[in-house]
Design a protein around this ligand. Structure first.
Ligand code: LIP
Length: 266
């Protein structure tokens, strides 16, 4: 397969980083700083894990670019860029909730979700010993098993996952929207880790996921995994998924969910 080498590197690096994150979690985790708000935290483990990923990728793929949550971007010369969230689900990680992941994707083109082409993705939840992978055109996998989105359902039977911003004003708006959505669907899940939310749609554990305000590293890998599992993943309408909106669901359900979200004020 054309992307086997990249997939092997992605899996090895993500797995090693996830093992480090799990080890640090077992030793105890503290807040090392805050970013956009007092509840948008970073831990030393975030920084240490990204440094490990950066070093391993520099050794394996010295001419590729890098774009990580904690240490920013570095342009490469190969046309490929690694999009890295060293610990997605940082608040879960801080509290010891076993639902966080190392998320790594390699993309072709500019490191801009509006235009990049994702080639390979790997998301590892070390607490659950689960590894999701995908290559473009090669399908999506949980461990060695191929995964597919759940069959389409009516919105009233849809289990919908979402997430909220770190900004309290945005959260008030998002909470009001969820109050309007809740009676229109089966139920809501707020699991706290965008990459795993997208993997939940890919593996049929949720029928749909939507969130506004995500950073590129939050969704880069999960979008490819969900798409390769048969999900439609977009922004609004035909727009690509990005900071304005990420919406993932079975193609026959996605348009109904988007219509409902529009009717209730998304
Ligand atoms: C998180 C996302 C989650 C979102 C949180 C936060 P982080 O990323 O995975 O879906 O709801 O607000 O953005 O900050 O843990 O890397």
């Amino acid at each position: 397969m054309p992307y086997d080498d990249l997939l092997s590197i992605a899996r090895t690096v993500t797995t090693r980083a996830a093992a480090l994150a799990k080890q640090r979690r077992s030793e105890g985790v503290e807040v090392a700083g805050t970013k956009s708000s007092v509840v948008d935290v970073v831990t030393e483990a975030d920084r240490e894990t990204e440094a490990l990923i950066r070093a391993l990728l520099a050794e394996a793929r010295p001419h590729d670019g890098f774009f990580g949550e904690e240490s920013g971007a570095e342009k490469g010369s190969s046309g490929l860029t690694w999009i890295v969230d060293p610990i997605d689900g940082t608040v879960n990680y801080l509290y010891g909730i076993p639902h966080y992941a190392v998320s790594i994707a390699v993309v072709e083109g500019d490191p801009d979700p509006a235009s990049w082409s994702a080639l390979v993705a790997c998301v590892v939840n070390p607490a659950a010993s689960e590894t999701y992978t995908a290559t473009v055109g090669g399908g999506a996998f949980l461990g060695g098993a191929a995964i597919r989105v759940a069959d389409s359902v009516e919105p009233a039977q849809a289990l919908v996952s979402t997430g909220f911003a770190y900004d309290s004003v945005r959260r008030a708006e998002q909470g009001a929207l969820i109050a309007r959505l809740l009676p229109l669907v089966r139920d809501i899940r707020r699991q706290g880790t965008a990459s795993l939310d997208l993997c939940s749609v890919a593996s049929g554990r949720c029928n749909a996921y939507f969130e506004r305000g995500l950073s590129p590293w939050d969704h880069a890998a999960g979008v490819l995994i969900a798409r390769e599992a048969g999900a439609q993943v977009t922004g609004r309408g035909e727009a690509p998924p990005g900071r304005d909106l990420v919406l993932a669901a079975h193609p026959d359900l996605a348009s109904s969910i988007e219509k409902i979200l529009g009717q209730i004020g998304l």
